[in-house]
Design a protein around this ligand. Structure first.
Ligand code: ATP
Length: 503
C-alpha cells in the first residue's frame, strides 16, 4: 500500500499532474501546484460537479464570493473560537503532533500488534484465529486500543477544556504500551486555531485583521438573501460555489489529501425548518450517485455517519473513499439547521429571513450542505486510476484509467511514420478535432511506445494515421482500456470520441 501511494506521487510528478510548490527552493510543505495535465483534470472534475449541481438543477444557482470576508464573519460562524486542532509537543524531540492523529497512529500500531500476536498464538496452539482473538480481547494491549478509540470519538470538533488533560494522560500511557516517538516527555495539550491571519490596509493603526477563509460556505450564507431576492428563488433552493480555502494544517502529510491551500466545492441548500431529515437523505443519495456515475467501483465508497456532531449540525455523514492509505473522508453532508444564518443575523443586526408565500410567514431557513474537496477528489480519481497491468505477452504496462469524461487529453493523433505525407494528414485531423476536444499530436518514437506513453498519461483514444489512410480516409482508433484497435473513417471520429468523453 505504501508503495502504491509512492507510485501515485511519483507518477503525478512524472506525467505533469502535480508538482511540489516552489520546488526549486526545496518546496513548501502541504502546498502543491497543478501542472499541465493536472490543471485539466482538476478543471474537468470541477465542471463535472458544477454540471451535476447547477446546470441539472433548476433550483440551484452558482456564486463566486471573495476569499477575504469581513472579520466578524468568522466570529459568527464559530471559527474564531472553535476551529482548533489539539496539539502536543514532545519536549525531547521538539516535534509537534496533532493529538488526535498521534493517537490514531498509536491505535493503528496497537491494531497491528494485536493481529500479529493473535496469529502467532493461533499457530502455536493450533486454534482458529477467531478463537484466539476472542480469548485475547481481555489483554492489556486491547484495553489500550479501546481507550484510544474511545478518546478519538470524543475528540472531533467539540473537545472540551477538561478533555485535554485526559488526552495527554492517554498519550503518555500509549507511549509506554507501544513506543512511537521514543520519548515520554510531553507538554500539555493546547488548542491551535487553523485560520491564517493577514492584514488589510496600509497604516499600522488603521489596518484590519483578516483571515483567509477556511471554507467557502460562509460566502454563501452572507449572500443568501441577495441571491434569493435577485434570483427570485423559492425555497427549497441551493447556492453552489467552488473556490480556494486555507487551513494551517499541522499534520501536513498524505500528498494532496491534506493541504494548507486547497479548493472546495460546496452547496448550501435552503429548506423549510422541519424538512431537514428528508433533504438530508435526498442529498446523501444524490451525492453518492454522482460518485458512482464515474464508474470507479461501488466497493470503494462507504458512508460514515457521525455520532458526535459539530456544534452547528443535527445530522452529518461522510462519503468515504478507499484511498491508497485506507478509507478516508472525501465529502461531507451536513444538516446545519439555522445555526449559520441565525448567527449572522445576530452578529450583523440584519434580518436573514425568507417570506414563504404558501405559509404566509417569514422564517430563517434550515440548511443542508454538501461539501467536497476538489483536490481530495483529484487524489481519489488519480490514485484509483493508476494501474499496472500484466499483458498476455508477459510484459506489463502502466495505465492511468481515468474516467474518460475527466481525462485531460481525449485523443492523441499519431502518424505511423514521419514521412510520406502522414504528418500532414495527422495535423489536419488534429486541427479539426481540437474545436471539440483537447487533443495532442505525437510523432516521436515507435508507435508502440507512443501508445504506452498515452496509456500512462490517461488519454482514452489513440488515432493512428498510416499509408492506407491516404487511400481511403480511414484511421486506426485504439482504446486505452481494452487496447482494442478498430478501423474507422476520419469522418466518424468526432462521434466515436464524443460518445465516451461528453459529460
Ligand atoms: P478532515 O477531518 O479530513 O480534516 P474536515 O472534516 O475538517 O476534514 P470539512 O471541514 O467538512 O472537512 O471540509 C469539507 C471537505 O473539504 C472535506 O471532506 C475534504 O474533502 C476537504 N478538505 C478539508 N480540509 C482539507 C485539506 N486540508 N486539504 C484538502 N482538502 C480538504
Amino acid at each position: 500500500q505504501e508503495d502504491k501511494f509512492k507510485n501515485v506521487i511519483s507518477h503525478a510528478k512524472e506525467y505533469g499532474y502535480v508538482f511540489q510548490s516552489s520546488e526549486i527552493y526545496d518546496g513548501l510543505s502541504a502546498v502543491y501546484d497543478y501542472a499541465q495535465n493536472g490543471v485539466e483534470l482538476k478543471k474537468n472534475i470541477r465542471e463535472y460537479w458544477w454540471k451535476a449541481m447547477v446546470q441539472m438543477n433548476e433550483n440551484i444557482v452558482g456564486l463566486d464570493s471573495a476569499i477575504f470576508m469581513h472579520p466578524t464573519t468568522w466570529k459568527a460562524s464559530g471559527h474564531v473560537d472553535a476551529f482548533n486542532d489539539p496539539l502536543i509537543d514532545n519536549k525531547d524531540s521538539k516535534k509537534r503532533y496533532r493529538a488526535d492523529v498521534l493517537i490514531e497512529d498509536y491505535v493503528g500500531k496497537l491494531d497491528a500488534k494485536i493481529e500479529k500476536e493473535v496469529a502467532k498464538a493461533a499457530k502455536r496452539f493450533g486454534e482458529s484465529f477467531d478463537k484466539v482473538q476472542f480469548l485475547a480481547t481481555n489483554s492489556r494491549v486491547v484495553g489500550y486500543k479501546e481507550k484510544g478509540d474511545a478518546i478519538l470519538k470524543r475528540m472531533g470538533q467539540s473537545l472540551e477544556k477538561e478533555d485535554l488533560a485526559d488526552v495527554k494522560a492517554l498519550i503518555e500511557e500509549l507511549e509506554i504500551a507501544c513506543p512511537l516517538s521514543g520519548s515520554r516527555n510531553w507538554t500539555e495539550v493546547k488548542q491551535f486555531n487553523l485560520m491564517f491571519g493577514t492584514k488589510l490596509g496600509a497604516s499600522a493603526e488603521s489596518a484590519m485583521d483578516l483571515y483567509l477563509r477556511p471554507e467557502t460556505a460562509q460566502g454563501i450564507f452572507v449572500n443568501f438573501l441577495n441571491v434569493q431576492k435577485t434570483g427570485r428563488m423559492k425555497i427549497p433552493f441551493g447556492i453552489a460555489q467552488t473556490g480556494k480555502a486555507f487551513r494551517n494544517e499541522i499534520v501536513a502529510r498524505q500528498f494532496i489529501f491534506r493541504m494548507r491551500e486547497f479548493e472546495q466545492m460546496e452547496m448550501q441548500f435552503f429548506i423549510k425548518p422541519g424538512t431537514q431529515k428528508e433533504w438530508y437523505e435526498h442529498w446523501k443519495e444524490a451525492r453518492m450517485k454522482w460518485h458512482l456515475s464515474l464508474g470507479m467501483g461501488e466497493d470503494n465508497y462507504r458512508f460514515h455517519d457521525h455520532e458526535k456532531l459539530a456544534h452547528y449540525a443535527d445530522a452529518a455523514a461522510d462519503i468515504e473513499f478507499r484511498f491508497p492509505f485506507g478509507f478516508k473522508e472525501l465529502e461531507g453532508i451536513h444538516s446545519r439547521t439555522d445555526f449559520d444564518l441565525k448567527a449572522h443575523e445576530e452578529f450583523s443586526g440584519k434580518k436573514l429571513q425568507y417570506f414563504d408565500h404558501e405559509e404566509n410567514k417569514s422564517y430563517v431557513p434550515y440548511v443542508l450542505e454538501t461539501s467536497i474537496g476538489l483536490d481530495r477528489m483529484f487524489l481519489a480519481v488519480f490514485s484509483n486510476s493508476l494501474q499496472e497491468e500484466e499483458l498476455e505477452n508477459g510484459t506489463t504496462r502502466t495505465v492511468l484509467k481515468l474516467p474518460a469524461v475527466l481525462a485531460p487529453t481525449k485523443a492523441a493523433i499519431l502518424p505511423l511514420v514521419k514521412k510520406d505525407g502522414l504528418p500532414e494528414v495527422a495535423r489536419k485531423i488534429m486541427e479539426d478535432l481540437k474545436w471539440d476536444f483537447n487533443v495532442t499530436y505525437d510523432e516521436k518514437d515507435a508507435v508502440g511506445r507512443r501508445y504506452r506513453r498515452q496509456d500512462a498519461n490517461g488519454t482514452p483514444f489513440c488515432i493512428t494515421v498510416d499509408h492506407d489512410t491516404l487511400e481511403d480516409d480511414s484511421v486506426t482508433i485504439r482504446h486505452r482500456d481494452t487496447m482494442e484497435q478498430k478501423r474507422v473513417k476520419i469522418s466518424e471520429l468526432k462521434d466515436i470520441i464524443s460518445e465516451e468523453v461528453s459529460m
